[in-house]
Design a protein around this ligand. Structure first.
Ligand SMILES: Cc1cc2nc3c(=O)[nH]c(=O)nc-3n(C[C@H](O)[C@H](O)[C@H](O)COP(=O)(O)O)c2cc1C
Length: 213
């Protein structure tokens, strides 16, 4: 019995292509994994805390072996609660539109909020970083409108891999860079169909992508 969390980074609601593909994936996942459940964390719904001055100070206090106090403690608690909300699941689906050759800033904010020492990672002076959230799997839906495979840098950059990289860091899972599909309308339809197929396959594919306007 798995628990799937869909974390979405598009604020475009009913117009969103990445949300539509992710919905197809989720529906098919639930239909083909009896006993599983799915929840949605919309990164734009106002529940994601800021990670500003107090939180940044708190993080460094914790790194230094101390305990945050006052305003720092409040910000730290909010980050811990968000990490716990994330960690309560064992399957993740990220839906991520390309924004200015990167990812929407809300997704980076999410990564900054949950990526905390002794929760997501620890670091050793000789062996480096180690992921602490293990035994989990993630899939990523990417969408873009201009850039695509085979196009040069004049059409924008390749999607950065720090989204699945972050997932790999937290989960120790596989990752592949996002390769957006051809930009015609059929490409979106194909990807929605594939989203169902890949959800049925369970965890063998990690990255879905489509381009749309
Ligand atoms: C703020 C913003 C920035 C964007 N930047 C890019 C970009 O750099 N490259 C690109 O190919 N598409 C870009 N797009 C287009 C979106 O990636 C594309 O429309 C995608 O399908 C949107 O996903 P959604 O429908 O799930 O919101 C941008 C869209 C927005 C709103």
């Amino acid at each position: 019995m798995s628990r799937l969390l869909h974390i979405s980074a598009s604020p475009r609601g009913a117009e969103s292509i990445s949300l539509a593909i992710a919905r197809t994936f989720t529906d098919e996942y639930l239909a083909t994994h009896p006993g599983s459940s799915a929840d949605h964390f919309d990164l734009w719904d106002g529940t994601l805390p800021e990670f500003g001055p107090a939180a940044a100070h708190a993080k460094m206090t914790v790194f230094g072996g101390g305990t945050p106090a006052g305003e720092q403690a409040e910000s730290w608690e909010a980050a811990v609660r968000t990490f716990e909300r994330f960690d309560a699941y064992d399957r993740y689906l990220f839906s991520v539109p390309m924004w200015n050759s990167g990812v929407p800033y809300k997704l980076k904010q999410f990564i900054d909020v949950v990526s905390q020492p002794a929760m997501v990672f620890d670091v050793h002076p000789e062996t480096g970083y180690r992921g602490l959230v293990t035994g989990k799997r993630a899939a990523v839906v990417y969408t873009s409108a201009v850039w695509g495979p085979g196009l040069g840098p004049e059409f924008g950059g390749r999607l950065p891999v720090h989204v699945p990289g972050g997932v790999a860091e937290v989960g120790g899972g596989r990752r592949r860079a996002g390769d957006p599909a051809p930009s015609d309308a059929d490409g979106v339809v194909r990807e929605r169909a594939q989203a169902g197929g890949r959800a049925r396959q369970g965890d063998r594919q990690d990255v879905l992508a489509a381009r749309g306007r």
